[in-house]
Design a protein around this ligand. Sequence first.
Ligand code: HEM
Length: 421
Amino acid sequence: MTAVGEIRGTTIDRRSVISLLRRLRSDEGQANPLPLWAKLRALGDVVPAPWGGYLVTGFEACSQVLRGRNWLVPDFAWQERHPDNQRWRAVATREMTRTLPRLNGTAHTCQRRALGNPFDRRTLEALGPLIAAQTSPLLDDLEARLRTHGEADFVRTVSEWLPVRTAGQWLDIPAEHHAYMLDFTHRQVYAQELLPTRSELAISAEATLEMRSFFTALVRRRRAHPGEDALTGWIHYFDALYPDDRATADRELYALTMFVAMASLETTATLLTSAVWLITQGPATLDRLRRHPEHIDDAVEEVMRYDPPVHLNTRVAADDTVLAGVPIARDTMVHVLYGAANHDPRRNEDPHVFDVLRNGSHLTFGGGAHYCLGAALARLEVKVLLTLLLERFPTLRPTAPPTYAAGRMVFRRITSLKVTT
Ligand code: HEM
C-alpha cells in the first residue's frame, strides 16, 4: 500500500483515491456520482490528490476555501512558479487564465467592476418575459417533435438552446451565430478539465482560436455600431478606464465577453436538463409542483444542490495554512468538490433524497470573491422553463435515463434526455 497522506491518524491509500477518481470519470460515475462522493468523503474532509495537492470533500472545508481570503485562484503568477506543468502552457489554458475565474487582486476587481451586478432585481423582472418569449418557440418545437415522433431529445430541442438564446439576447448576438457558439464552447471546455489529455488540449486549442476571432470581431462590430446591450455598456466602461490605450481596453473586453458567454452555456443547459430529469423521477414531486407552482423556486434550489453542473473548482493556498486539521503549504493546489460538499450529511440530512421542500444548503455557484455572477440568471431560466413546461406538458416524462459526456470531472454535461408525454 502506498500512503499519500496521514489525516487524523488515518493513512490514505493512494490506489483507493485513484480508483475512486477513475470511477468518477467512468460512465458509471457520470451517471451516478453520489456513492463515489460518499466514499471520498469517508476518506476525510481533505484527501491527498494522487498528482499532488488535495481534494476537499466536506461542506464546511469547501466553504472555507471558497470564501477564505487565504485562498487564491491559480493565476499566471502561480503558474510561472510551476513551469514544469505542461498543462498551464497550453494555448487554451492560457486563454482562460486571462478571464475572471483565474484572476486575483486588482486584475479581478477591475473585470468584476465592469460587470457590476448584471442581474439585479429590476433587470431580472424585465428579463423574465423575454426569457419566456425565447422559451415558447423551443417548446413549440418540442411539441411538434412529440406529435410527429412520439419522443424527442430534450437537450437538443430545448436545454441547449435556451441559454444561448438568452446570452444572445443579453449581448445582442444574432441567432444565426448561436449554433456555432455552442459548437466551439463544447470543444473549448476540454482545457478546463482537471487532467486534459494532449489530444483534448489540441481540440481545445483549435476551438480557442475560433472563439478568439468570433468574440474579437463581435467587440469590433459593437464598437462601430453601439446599441443598448450589455456589451455596449462594457465598451463605455473600459474606454473610460483606458482612454489612451485602446489595445488594452479591447483585450479586457474580449476576455470578459468571451468568458461570460461561455460560462453561461453548458452549465445552464445541464441544469435545465437535470431539473427535468429530477422532478420527473417521482409522481409526487411532479404532482406537488403542478398543484403548487409556488414551490418551483424551492425545486430549482434542490436541483442545484442535488446535481451541480460544475463538479470541481481549484484554489491555491496564499500562505501556509491549516484546513480541517490538515497543514497545507503555501502555493499548494486544492480542488473543491461541489457535489461531495452538497451531499455532506453533516450539512444536509439524508442528502441522497431529492426533496423539493428541503430548503438545503449548496455551494453550486461557488463563493467569496469569485461567486458566480450569473447565478440569478441561471435560476430564472430554470424557473421560467419549469413553469411553462408544467403548464404545457403536464405529463412529460423521460423514456430513458440521461446520457453524459464522457470523463468529465469539472464541467458536467448531459448530452441527451429522451422524453415523451
Ligand atoms: C447553472 C448555471 C451556472 C453554474 C452552475 C455556474 C457556476 C459557477 C461557478 C461554480 C463559478 C466559480 C465560483 C467560484 O470560483 O467560487 C462561476 C463563476 C462565474 N460564473 Fe457561473 N455558473 C452558471 C451560470 C452562469 C451564467 C448564466 C453566467 C453569466 C451570465 C455566469 C457567469 C459567471 C462568471 C462571470 C463567473 C466568474 C466570477 C469570478 O470569477 O469573479 N455563470 N459560475
